[in-house]
Write a new protein. Structure first.
Length: 69
């Protein structure tokens, strides 16, 4: 923990990592990863799926491809 603080990591992020470690009953060696997780939360919610969009041909192929077809 002190190594992370000496590296200039915000104490609030370290506290959040320690709290995650405590709640999950994890080994202290994973603390840097948990602090990183606290600093950079996932962008998508857990379990959320991205909806794929099928490819569609452009309406105006000449404008889209510049006459290279």
């Amino acid at each position: 923990m002190s190594k992370l603080l000496r590296e200039g990591i915000d104490p609030e992020h370290v506290r959040a990592g320690v709290e995650r470690m405590r709640v999950k009953s994890l080994h202290p060696s994973v603390l840097p990863s948990l602090v990183n997780e606290a600093m950079n939360p996932p962008q998508a919610a857990a379990g959320a799926r991205r909806v794929s969009q099928p490819y569609t041909n452009p309406v105006d192929a000449e404008a889209a491809y510049g006459g290279q077809l």
